[in-house]
Design a binder for this molecule. Structure first.
Ligand code: TYM
Length: 331
């Protein structure tokens, strides 16, 4: 049987990349009655400096966001990573079989550490903690956007190494990505780069909680090119093609249909239709979000309930790993 595991950092606001690349997939798996476990990866968030008050607020806000997007805590196991101590413990055990050479190759670390003078150790071993998250639940499938691919590969390698050295413990987990462009949504300002929470330019991304007028403004400023027709050509026209991918997904129309409908429009006029489609899709989510956020006790209760079950499952794995490693005294 499949077991699905995925996570998201409760840092900053969710953007359309997170939404289309990950959350929409999670909801679909949930609705297909798959065994889904979702985590707010707050221990990953603190690998870069966070303001404590803001982080704590973000955790509840991310919970409300996920529920507003249709994640149902009665159907999936949703929890906050730092409430479940086994993740850190398993991370240590895996850290002892992971080589530094392997971590040096990961692009996320290279990118994030490039701008830092002093690099925290946590940022370096971040992917080991992510492997611990996944393996703690013996997950078989991990729905993520393309930027997480290499982390899943590392998880596979560590699972194989552990199995080989200490005896079979983990199934090898596989990444699930959507087969359309929503697994790698691009920045609105630099369409060769991914849409990202950490881009200093807020106009580079549409956030799920953006006001309609901001969405319209960001779309107006979205970088396209000098051809005025609306055509899909990701290689030569990444800007318009990115808009078409978003539009197609949110309106349930194929890219061909949209191109046909948009004949006669120039890209400037076309951007208004994209803005309208985005606004129509996210307005009900926003309404639900603000209503959920008014009941913080409920949100906290959801996380606490989730943590209890998560601990039970992951603790069994930790115990098995410890036995295999010889950390349990046999009398
Ligand atoms: P995070 O919080 O950066 O992103 C959450 C999810 O959103 C996807 N994503 C995108 N998808 C398409 N286009 C984009 N432009 C885009 N930007 C982000 C990400 O691929 C991700 O699926 N390390 C993880 C959190 C994590 C995790 C895990 C994930 C911790 N433990 C275990 C899976 C399994 C992260 O920082 O995601």
């Amino acid at each position: 049987p499949r077991r699905i595991f995925s996570g998201i950092q409760p840092t900053g606001m969710i953007h359309l990349g997170n939404y289309l690349g990950a959350i929409v997939q999670w909801k679909k798996l949930q609705d297909d009655n798959e065994d889904v476990i979702l985590e707010l990866a707050d221990l990953h968030s603190i690998t870069l400096p966070q303001d404590p008050k803001t982080l704590s607020k973000n955790i509840l806000e991310m919970t409300a966001t996920l529920l507003a997007c249709g994640i149902n805590p009665d159907k999936v196991l949703l929890f906050q990573q730092s409430m479940v101590s086994t993740h850190s413990e398993i991370s240590w055990l895996l850290g002892c079989i992971c080589t530094m050479a392997r971590l040096n190759h990961l692009p996320t670390f290279k990118e994030k550490s490039a701008s830092l003078k002093d690099i925290p150790l946590g940022l370096y071993i971040y992917p080991v903690l992510q492997a611990a998250d996944i393996l703690a639940y013996k997950a078989t499938h991990v729905p993520v956007g393309e930027d997480q691919f290499q982390h899943i590969q590392l998880t596979q390698d560590l699972a194989k190494m552990f199995n080989n050295r200490y005896g079979y413990c983990f199934p090898i987990p596989h990444a699930i990505v959507t087969d359309n462009d929503t697994s790698r949504l691009k920045s609105l300002r630099q369409p060769l780069k991914k849409m990202s929470k950490s881009d200093p330019d807020p106009k580079s991304r549409i956030c799920l909680l953006d006001k309609p007028e901001d969405i319209a403004m960001k779309l107006k400023k979205a970088v396209t090119d000098f051809i005025s027709e609306v055509t899909y050509d990701p290689e030569n026209r990444p800007g318009v093609s990115n808009l078409l991918s978003i539009h197609s997904f949110l309106s349930n129309k194929t890219i061909d249909e949209i191109c046909r409908e948009s004949q006669g429009l120039n890209t400037g006029q076309y951007k208004t239709s994209v803005a309208d489609a985005i606004i129509a899709h996210i307005q009900p989510i926003q309404k639900e979000y603000y209503s959920l956020l008014s009941d913080e006790k409920y949100l906290f209760q959801v996380l606490r309930n989730g943590a209890e079950t998560a601990y039970e499952i992951s603790h069994a794995t930790l115990k098995e790993m410890k036995q295999k490693l010889g950390l349990e005294v046999l009398l």
